[in-house]
Design a protein around this ligand. Structure first.
Ligand SMILES: Nc1nc2c(c(=O)[nH]1)N[C@H]1C(S)=C(S)[C@@H](COP(=O)(O)OP(=O)(O)OC[C@H]3O[C@@H](n4cnc5c(=O)[nH]c(N)nc54)[C@H](O)[C@@H]3O)O[C@H]1N2
Ligand SMILES: Nc1nc2c(c(=O)[nH]1)N[C@H]1C(S)=C(S)[C@@H](COP(=O)(O)OP(=O)(O)OC[C@H]3O[C@@H](n4cnc5c(=O)[nH]c(N)nc54)[C@H](O)[C@@H]3O)O[C@H]1N2
Ligand code: SF4
Ligand SMILES: [Mo]
Length: 735
C-alpha cells in the first residue's frame, strides 16, 4: 500500500461524544483527519482533539515495547521478559499475603477501549481483591448511586433529550469545552444552539462564566458545592406553588409526599444565603421548568465532585420527575444500546452499597469498588490486608486523584507495581513493569459505555485501521495474559485460553442453555470482536443468530462504516426499573438521612476562598499534553481569580501565587478575570508534568502544576465515596 492514500472511517475514542472520523492514511501514517459527514450521529463534527487523532499513534514518546525498572531506570524489554517479571513480582505477594494485598486502579480510557469494556471485569475477578479503585470515584459515582436508589440500577442513567427539549437547565457542565459527559452528544454545542433556534432556552449554573455560559440564554453564578440547595429551593417552590405534574408516570412514582416534607426546610429565601442564586431566580427556574412544554435538568462534574454529590445528582432527577419530564421525549430519557437488552419485566433486587468496607477508613464499597481517595491509606497502613502490589490499567492517579503527592509517596513504598499504559508518565514511573497496548489505530473500537448514554440510539463499530506491527500487543491479549498469570497458569500460557472461555460464557449466558448458537456462527477477527458479535446479535436490535432477519450483527456493522441510526430515544418506564417495588423510589432511606446532614449544613460558616477546576477544549484529563498541537499557545494552567479578590490579596496578573490547602501547596501563575465569581479561584487538573523519570518530552516543556496537590483526600461525598474536587478551601498569597 506504500504511497497510496486510502480513506478509513473510525469512531473517535478520545471523549464521550463518539464522533465519526474520516481518516486519510498513507504509508501507515494518518495524514489528515476530518469529521465524517455521513456519520449517522456526528454528521461531520470534529474538535481539535479529534483532529490530532493520528499523532497519538506516531508520538515518538509512546511506548511500543514493555519496560522494566532496573536500578531506578526504565529499560525496554521483550514481551516474554515483561510477563515473566509480572509473574515473579505478583505471584509471591498473592501466595504470601492473599488477594487483598493487590490493589487495582482502572483509569478513564477503560471506558473508551473494547479491552476495558470486556476484559477488565474478568481480570478483577481473577484477582479476587476487594481493593478495587477507579476514576469513577473522582468523577460520576454520585450519579450511579442516585440512579441506583431511584431506579434500582446504577447504570440506568437518564440523559437529556437534547434534540427535542424546549428548555435545558445545566448545572456544573461545560460541554463547549468537554463535549459533554454522561450524555453522549456529538456536536453538543450545535445541539444547544438548535434548542435556541427552535425557540427554546438553555440556562447554565456555574461558578465560572464558561464558554457554555456565554452561549446560554442565562448564566447564574453559584457558590461551589451548593447546587443541592438551589435544586431543593426549586423542589420547594414546585410544591409551594402546586406545580407538580408527574404526567404519564403518576402510577410509577413512590415518595412524593416524603419529598414534600423534606423540601420544607429549603425555601428560596433560606437557600439563597448559601448558594448565592437570588431567591426570585430560584422561583423563576421552578416556574420555567414547570411551564415549558418539555424541559430537562442536566448536571455533570460540578454537581458530582462535591460534598453532597449524591444528593445533588438525585435532586437533578427529582426535579425532572416532579415536572413530568422523566422518560418523555424532550425531557430526560433512558437510551437503549445495541449490545444491551431491555429487562424482561420491571422490578429487581434494587441497589445497595457497603457489601464490604475499606480496611483503614471503613468506607463502604460502592458498585464493587472503594473510593480512590483512600488508596494511599491502604498502601501506607501496616497490618493484615495491607496493599503491597498495585496494578493500574489506563490510569494516571498521581495526577488525577486527591492529595496526589501523598499517593505518589505511597507508591514508592509498594513491593511491586505493574501498569498497562502506553506512556511512561507521572504514575507509571513508579511501576516495576509497564505493558503498553497497541494504539487506537491498531485496534477495533466499539463504545460499550457511551452508546448506553447517547441522546439518540445509534450503533457503530470501527475495525483496526492499521496492522499491529511486529512488537505490538493488543490490550485484550495483555489483559488475558495477566489473568493467566494471576490464576496460576503461567506467564507463557496462551491468551486464547481466556478468549475462548469468555466467548463460551457469553454464548451460554446469551442463550441460557438453549443451543441455538454455536461458536462456529460467531464472526469477528479478534477476541473482542467475537464477544461484541454475540452481544449485538442477542441485544435489543439483534438478529438472534438468524431468527430476526434484519437484526444487527457485527457483519452488519462492518458494512455500515458511518454507523446505523436506531432512532430517537423511547420511553422505557416501567421496564427499565429494577427497584424491588418496580417503581421510581424518590425517597430512598439513605438519601433521606443525608438530607438531614444537608439541612444541618445550612448554618455552616462560609469558607473564604474556594478552588474549583476547569477543562479546556484541547485537553483530555492528564494524558494528551504530549501532542504539540494541543499545548501550543499561551499557558492554560493558570489560577483564575476575580479582580476584587486579586486586589484584596495584592495578586497581579501573570505573577506567581502561593496556594495552600489542608492537603498541600503549590505555586501557580495568576490570571485575573471576572469569569470566576468573587470568592472562587480555578485551576485546571491533569497538569504537573515536570516530575523526574517521566518520558513525555512535549508535556515536560509545558508542565503546569498539579491541582490535585491541593484537593483533600479526607473529604468525600459519603454516600458514593466520590472525591470532592470542587469547593476546596484555599489560602493564597503572592509567591
Ligand atoms: N481536580 C480534578 N481532578 C480530576 C478531575 C477534575 O475535574 N478535577 N476530573 C476527574 C475525572 S472526570 C477523571 S475521568 C479522572 C481521570 O483520571 P485517570 O483515568 O486516572 O487519568 P487520565 O488522565 O485519564 O489518564 C489516562 C491514562 O491512560 C493511559 N491511556 C491512554 N490510552 C490508553 C489505552 O488505550 N489503554 C491503556 N491501557 N491506557 C491508555 C494514559 O497514558 C494515561 O496514563 O481525573 C479526575 N481528576
Ligand atoms: N476537552 C476536554 N474534554 C473532556 C475532558 C477533558 O479533560 N478535556 N475530560 C472528559 C471527562 S473524563 C469528563 S468526566 C467530562 C466532564 O465534562 P464536564 O462536566 O462538562 O466538565 P467541565 O468542563 O469540567 O465542567 C464542569 C463545570 O462545573 C463547574 N463547577 C465547578 N464546581 C461547581 C459547582 O459546585 N456547581 C456548579 N454548578 N458548577 C461547578 C466548573 O466551573 C465547570 O465549568 O469531560 C470529558 N471531556
Ligand atoms: S468531540 Fe470528542 S469524540 Fe468528537 S472529535 Fe473531539 S475528542 Fe473526538
Ligand atoms: Mo471523567
Amino acid at each position: 500500500m506504500a504511497g497510496v492514500n486510502r480513506t478509513a472511517y473510525r469512531t473517535c475514542p478520545l471523549c464521550e461524544a463518539a464522533c465519526g472520523l474520516e481518516l486519510t492514511v498513507a504509508d501507515d501514517v494518518v495524514t489528515s483527519v476530518r469529521g465524517d459527514r455521513d456519520h449517522v450521529f456526528s454528521h461531520g463534527f470534529l474538535c481539535p482533539k479529534g483532529a490530532t487523532f493520528g499523532r497519538l499513534s506516531d508520538d515518538p514518546d509512546r511506548l511500543r515495547r514493555p519496560m522494566i525498572r532496573r536500578g531506578g531506570r526504565h529499560e525496554e524489554v521483550s514481551w516474554p521478559e515483561a510477563f515473566a517479571a509480572v509473574e515473579a513480582g505478583l505471584r509471591p505477594i498473592i501466595a504470601g499475603y492473599g488477594p487483598q494485598a493487590v490493589a487495582a486502579y482502572l483509569g478513564n480510557p477503560n471506558v473508551h477501549t473494547m479491552a476495558g469494556g470486556l476484559y477488565v471485569t474478568p481480570l478483577l475477578k481473577a484477582l479476587g481483591t476487594r481493593n478495587i479503585f477507579s476514576a469513577s470515584t473522582v468523577d460520576q459515582m454520585p450519579k450511579h448511586v442516585s440512579c441506583g436508589y431511584l431506579y434500582g440500577n446504577p447504570l440506568a442513567i437518564p440523559v437529556p433529550d437534547l434534540d427535542r427539549t424546549d428548555y435545558l437547565l445545566m448545572l456544573g457542565a461545560n460541554p463547549w469545552e468537554s463535549n459533554g459527559s454522561l450524555a453522549t452528544a456529538a456536536d453538543f454545542p450545535g445541539r444547544l444552539r438548535a434548542i435556541q433556534a427552535r425557540g427554546g432556552r438553555f440556562v447554565v449554573v456555574d461558578p465560572r462564566r464558561t464558554r457554555t455560559a456565554e452561549h446560554a440564554d442565562e448564566h447564574l453564578f453559584i457558590r461551589p458545592g451548593t447546587d443541592a440547595y438551589l435544586l431543593f429551593g426549586i423542589v420547594h417552590t414546585l410544591f409551594a406553588e402546586e406545580l407538580i405534574d408527574l404526567g404519564r408516570l403518576t402510577p410509577y412514582i413512590n415518595g412524593v409526599e416524603e419529598l414534600r416534607g423534606l423540601a420544607a426546610a429549603f425555601g428560596p429565601e433560606r437557600v439563597t444565603a448559601v448558594c448565592d442564586v437570588p431567591a426570585d431566580r430560584i422561583r423563576g427556574l421552578a416556574r420555567e421548568l414547570a411551564a415549558a412544554p418539555t424541559a430537562a435538568v442536566y448536571g455533570r462534574i460540578g454537581t458530582c465532585t462535591v460534598e453532597f454529590g449524591t444528593l445533588t445528582s438525585w435532586l437533578v432527577d427529582v426535579v425532572n420527575v416532579l415536572t413530568g419530564n422523566l422518560d418523555r421525549p424532550g425531557g430526560v430519557m433512558f437510551p437503549l444500546a445495541a449490545h444491551l437488552r431491555p429487562n424482561a419485566q420491571p422490578g429487581g433486587r434494587g441497589f445497595s452499597t457497603g457489601r464490604w468496607h475499606s480496611r483503614v477508613r471503613g468506607l463502604p464499597e460502592v458498585k464493587g469498588e472503594l473510593p480512590v481517595a483512600t488508596l494511599a491509606d491502604e498502601i501506607e497502613t501496616p497490618g493484615e490486608g495491607q496493599v503491597r502490589a498495585f496494578l493500574t490499567v489506563a490510569g494516571n492517579p498521581v495526577l488525577s486523584t486527591p492529595n496526589s503527592d501523598r499517593l505518589a509517596r505511597a507508591l514508592d513504598g509498594l513491593d511491586f507495581m505493574v501498569s498497562v499504559d502506553p506512556y511512561l508518565n507521572e504514575t507509571t514511573r513508579h511501576a516495576d513493569v509497564i505493558l503498553p497496548p497497541l494504539d487506537a489505530l491498531r485496534k477495533g473500537h466499539y463504545d460499550f459505555s457511551f452508546l448506553a448514554l447517547a441522546v439518540r440510539n445509534f450503533v457503530a463499530y470501527s475495525p483496526p485501521v492499521l496492522p499491529p506491527g511486529p512488537d505490538g500487543m493488543d490490550e485484550c491479549d495483555i489483559l488475558a495474559r495477566l489473568i493467566l498469570i494471576i490464576s496460576g497458569q503461567g506467564a507463557e500460557a496462551d491468551p486464547a485460553l481466556v478468549h475462548e472461555r469468555l466467548l463460551e460464557q457469553a454464548l451460554s449466558r446469551a442463550f441460557s442453555g438453549d443451543a441455538a448458537a454455536s461458536r462456529s456462527q460467531v464472526s469477528g477477527d479478534g477476541p473482542a470482536e467475537r464477544l461484541l458479535d454475540v452481544a449485538l446479535r442477542t441485544g435489543a436490535y439483534g438478529d438472534r443468530f438468524g431468527a430476526v432477519p434484519d437484526g444487527l450483527s457485527l457483519d452488519r456493522l462492518l458494512a455500515a462504516p458511518h454507523g446505523i441510526d436506531l432512532g430517537p430515544l423511547q420511553s422505557r418506564i416501567p421496564e427499565v426499573l429494577k427497584t424491588p417495588s418496580g417503581l421510581v423510589e424518590l425517597a430512598a432511606p439513605p438519601l433521606i438521612a443525608e438530607v438531614t446532614r444537608l439541612r444541618d449544613a445550612l448554618d455552616r460558616p462560609r469558607p473564604g476562598l474556594v478552588l474549583i477546576g476547569r477543562r479546556h477544549l484541547r485537553s483530555n484529563n492528564s494524558w494528551m499534553h504530549n501532542v504539540p498541537a494541543l499545548v501550543k499557545g499561551r499557558d492554560r494552567c493558570t489560577l483564575q481569580i476575580h479582580p476584587a479578590d486579586a486586589a484584596g490579596l495584592a495578586l497581579t496578573d501573570g505573577a506567581p501565587a502561593a496556594v495552600t490547602s489542608r492537603a498541600g501547596s503549590l505555586s501557580a501563575t495568576v490570571e485575573v478575570t471576572d469569569r470566576v465569581m468573587p470568592g472562587v479561584v480555578s485551576l485546571p487538573h491533569g497538569w504537573g508534568h515536570d516530575l523526574p523519570g517521566v518520558r513525555m518530552s512535549v508535556a515536560a516543556a509545558h508542565p503546569g502544576v498539579n491541582s490535585n496537590v491541593l484537593t483533600d483526600e479526607l473529604v468525600i461525598d459519603p454516600l458514593s465515596g466520590n472525591a470532592v474536587l470542587n469547593g476546596i478551601p484555599v489560602e493564597i498569597k503572592p509567591a
